[in-house]
Design a protein. Structure first.
Length: 102
């Protein structure tokens, strides 16, 4: 039984199993924020924040749920998936820096 448990954990303990949800989760949070706070189209919503020089701050707030995802992977001993979350968060940080200076 122990070997079967280890095999099932190994199956979902990959970089991709952390990277993909960590990229999708901030997008879902941003869409939720748009649905709750705006009566405009999605692109107008993003342009409005870009004009106020706040788009990078909004993207950084949308990345906060990745912290919970990271800890879930750590608590369930899925270290490679946790690395994927860190990698995705670094990609989001790069996007925030680009948005800040463009």
């Amino acid at each position: 039984m122990r070997k079967a448990e280890k095999m099932s954990k190994k199956k979902f303990d990959t970089l991709w199993h952390g990277l993909i949800p960590a990229l999708i989760l901030p997008a879902i949070v941003l869409l939720g924020f748009w649905i709750i706070r705006s009566d405009r189209g999605f692109l107008d919503f993003l342009v409005q924040f870009q004009e106020m020089n706040m788009l990078s701050k909004v993207v950084s707030l949308c990345a906060i749920p990745n912290l919970l995802l990271f800890f879930i992977y750590i608590w369930t001993m899925r270290n490679f998936s946790a690395r994927g979350v860190i990698f995705a968060t670094l990609l989001l940080a790069l996007i925030m820096v680009i948005l800040k200076f463009v």
